[in-house]
Design a protein around this ligand. Structure first.
Ligand code: ATP
Ligand code: MG
Length: 410
């Protein structure tokens, strides 16, 4: 990483200083928006010619992620390079790092790409982080499948690589179901995790500079529906403050232990420690901004995407301040079919009604077609009090035909 910051508007390798990102999805798009707001030029590498980030970037290189001609084209314009998703080949990041500043590093991304490596990292850090993953076993062979301890059932079988939004997972209660599920997943390397009784789910975003300075954003409380994040709440009363502090401290420790540079999100389960008290179990980490951190765009002194820019270019990372209680509602493609029949023609959701509510901030990702389950955008909600934010959230959920706060919490 460069010692002197890459200042926006200064001259870079090929004209104005330009920031590159591997991946052109919504996270890449919001990185591009944050970078451009600060005056940087941007370059996106994504094979999709209509990727959400590629559509709004100064440069779009539409090659495969593992194509060296694409890496060369990216290095020809970009002064520093980041990633927006963990499944970009870590070799690509390592190759780019031979020519340009890259954050996070390919080595860090490689850990987050593989559930077994990730859990081994969590266990290796347990002494400093104070958290462990759920009990698990790696399954790569029939022998390992047969040797799985009964204590891991009922469990969740997850592919070790390439899973997201609950894809590549199966809930299994018996050894027979486990064997069938592994078969269905194509007998690829998997982990079997004990299924825990979750009281709630949290996540923490940290940003760490090349100098090791690390800041943590306020802790998110997350509610999922069908394995996909539905609602994030960040306000007084959402998370026990002592638990939040522990989650932040452990996330900082996990980042530090990896020598991580950039934005990192760690997801946690809150479970009963056996005596009725809450305790944390670490679930997984994302080497990039995270869906649960979108509230920072409208509720914090700077967003997780600006933090990604700052960490990448070596700009200061002051402690982020939350200036408003906030919630975030995910907007999935299902909203385009309010009658629930995805064979019908899609209708645009009533954004005008939602935006009539004070404190609503609509973020749509510019995806050209809706599909059930596809992340199309999110709605951030801010206000002067927790009660007001919750009330606006309840109204927005009702307008959109989504389950109420009470149903989501149940
Ligand atoms: P994403 O990419 O959306 O974060 P993912 O596909 O990587 O998701 P996980 O985070 O591993 O999947 O799991 C998705 C959800 O499934 C979790 O947020 C949690 O609600 C539930 N879940 C996962 N593992 C367990 C477990 N061991 N016990 C109980 N519930 C679990
Ligand atoms: Mg997850």
């Amino acid at each position: 990483m460069s010692q002197t910051p890459l200042l926006p508007g200064s001259t870079g390798v090929n004209g104005p200083v330009t920031l590159g990102v591997m991946g052109g999805g919504q996270l890449g798009r919001m990185f591009v928006q944050a970078a451009q707001a600060m005056g940087y030029f941007t370059a996106v590498l994504d094979p999709n010619p209509q990727s959400p980030a590629g559509l709004i970037s100064h440069h779009h290189i539409a090659t495969a992620y593992d194509d060296p001609t694409g890496w060369q084209a990216l290095c020809a314009v970009a002064d520093a390079i980041t990633t927006e998703f963990e499944n970009v080949p870590s070799q690509a990041l390592m190759a780019l790092a031979e020519q340009r500043s890259v954050a996070p590093s390919g080595a860090c991304v490689a850990v987050a790409q593989d559930r077994v490596q990730e859990k081994n990292h969590f266990n290796a850090c347990a002494g400093v982080s104070g958290v462990r993953p759920a009990p698990f076993a790696a399954i790569e062979t029939g022998e390992q499948l047969a040797a799985v301890p009964d204590a891991l059932l009922p469990g969740i079988l997850k592919t070790s690589r390439m899973g997201y939004d609950g894809k590549g997972q199966a809930r299994v209660n018996t050894r027979e179901a486990l064997a069938q599920a592994w078969q269905r997943l194509g007998q690829v390397p998997c982990v079997l995790e004990q299924r825990l009784a979750l009281r709630s789910e949290l996540s923490v975003i940290v940003a760490r500079g090349a100098d090791g300075h690390t800041v943590a954003f306020p802790v998110q409380k997350n509610t999922h529906r069908d394995g996909i994040l539905a609602l994030t709440e960040v306000h007084d009363g959402a998370v026990n403050p002592e638990l939040a502090q522990r989650a932040q401290a452990s996330t900082r420790a996990l980042a530090q232990h990896l020598g991580y540079v950039g934005v990192l999100c760690v997801e946690y389960f809150v479970v009963d420690d056996g005596t009725g008290r809450d305790t944390l179990v670490v679930n997984e980490m994302a080497p990039r901004p995270h869906n649960s951190g979108h509230y920072t765009q409208n509720a914090c002194s700077y967003s997780q995407f600006e933090a990604q820019v700052r960490a990448l270019v070596g700009l200061p990372l002051p402690e982020p301040e939350q200036h408003s209680p906030a919630t975030m509602i995910n907007l999935l493609g299902d909203l385009w079919w309010p009658q629930g029949d995805a064979r019908a023609a899609p209708t645009t959701p009533p954004w005008d009604q939602v935006l009539a509510l004070p404190g609503t901030h609509l973020h749509l990702y510019g995806k050209l077609s809706a599909r059930p389950g596809r992340k199309m955008g999110h709605l951030n909600i801010t206000g002067t009090s927790v009660a007001q934010v919750r009330q606006t959230t309840a109204h927005a959920l009702a307008i959109l035909g989504l389950p109420s706060l009470e149903t989501l919490a149940a």
